[in-house]
Design a protein around this ligand. Structure first.
Ligand code: PBG
Length: 323
């Protein structure tokens, strides 16, 4: 069958018709809002390279979480900026760490929103690397213990999900073992399974002051050229006990999201990262693109590729538009 019998435009004539045959849905329940929490009170400082996003203190983070909940978002993910950084990333795993404090405060004031905590050391080390450093090497195995301690104190503070983003080998197994030993067998792990060494994290590193003082993250984050390696990382993390896996960044890696979605039986998340947000905001502020339209189109594309849910700085704005 072909033209003139076949006319695909018949199904595009009205919005009601297009809605009936739409293949991909995007709703508020698919979106997670990332927040940066640091010391102080009443802090709400805009991040230069992420206009519309803020460095917060615990009290203002609670207010943001409240707003996120009232917009119908299911979860926030917390990143900490500690008052002091040191070689052992004490601020990451201390019971009084900034993320542990913020988690307790949010779960107390807004129990209906889920708190996901990012498990990584880079925001808490004075050298800005994701693990224990010796010379110019990032040591894998000595780092696992600190990551496991971080996840346990976060879960004890009330985190609903812990999300390791460090890309050390064996960290999911180490975290699962430590959670279970601490009586936290019900806390799920969302692993950043395929996290690429990406230039798109630039604005995040400004916000979290986590740019490495020397070298880069290529010895643990993945080469942007690889996809088979992503499948291997995902398989290993699931074997080690990951309940959900994440691909990061999102838009430049839609093929990876698709390949992973077709391969695994666990939920797949995608992180629409800081640089992706910054590009949309910058072009929109120049009047070069229609921000709302490009935002919804981008998030829909990530869902179409196969992501079950999306971590995005656009979560609140998208929730407002989606109603
Ligand atoms: C590591 C971490 C990073 C991001 C999330 N978790 C930064 C990095 O790997 O350098 C980036 C998120 C973004 O760019 O929005 N704690």
């Amino acid at each position: 069958m072909a033209f003139p019998i076949d006319r695909p435009r018949r199904l595009r004539r009205t919005e009601r018709m297009r809605g009936l045959v739409r293949e991909t849905t995007l709703s508020r329940g698919d979106l997670v809002y990332p927040m940066f929490v640091g010391p102080g009170r009443g802090v709400r400082q805009e991040i230069r390279s992420m206009p519309g996003q803020f460095n917060l203190s615990v009290d203002t983070a609670v207010a943001e979480a409240q707003e996120a909940a009232s917009l119908g978002l299911p979860a926030v993910i917390l990143f900490g900026i500690p008052a002091v950084k040191d070689a052992r990333a004490t601020g990451a795993w201390s019971e009084e760490g900034i993320v542990q404090q913020a988690t307790r405060a949010i779960k107390k004031a807004v129990p209906e929103i889920m708190v996901i905590t990012d498990v990584c050391l880079c925001e808490y080390t004075d050298h800005g690397h994701c693990g224990v450093v010796e010379g110019d090497a990032i040591l894998n195995d000595p780092t696992l213990d600190l990551l496991a301690k971080t996840a346990v104190t976060q879960a004890q503070a009330g985190a609903d999900i812990v999300a390791p983003s460090d890309m050390m080998d064996g960290r999911v197994a180490a975290i699962r073992r430590a959670l279970d030993a601490a009586g936290l067998a019900d806390t799920p792990i969302l692993s950043y399974a395929a996290k690429y060494a990406s230039g798109f994290y630039g604005p995040f590193r400004e916000a979290a002051q986590s740019t490495p003082q020397f070298g880069d993250r290529r010895s643990h984050q993945m080469d942007p050229a690889n996809v088979l390696e992503a499948l291997r990382e995902v398989d290993l993390d699931i074997e080690e006990g990951a309940d959900m896996v994440m691909i990061k960044p999102a838009l430049p890696y839609l093929d990876v999201i698709r390949r992973v979605r077709e391969r695994v039986q666990v939920p797949v998340a995608a992180y629409h990262v800081s640089g992706e947000y910054a590009m949309i905001e910058a072009a929109a502020r120049n009047g070069w693109i229609d921000r709302d339209r490009v935002m919804i189109e981008s998030l829909t594309a990530i869902r179409r590729a196969g992501a079950d849910f999306i971590l995005t700085y656009h979560a609140k704005d998208a929730a407002r538009l989606l109603g």
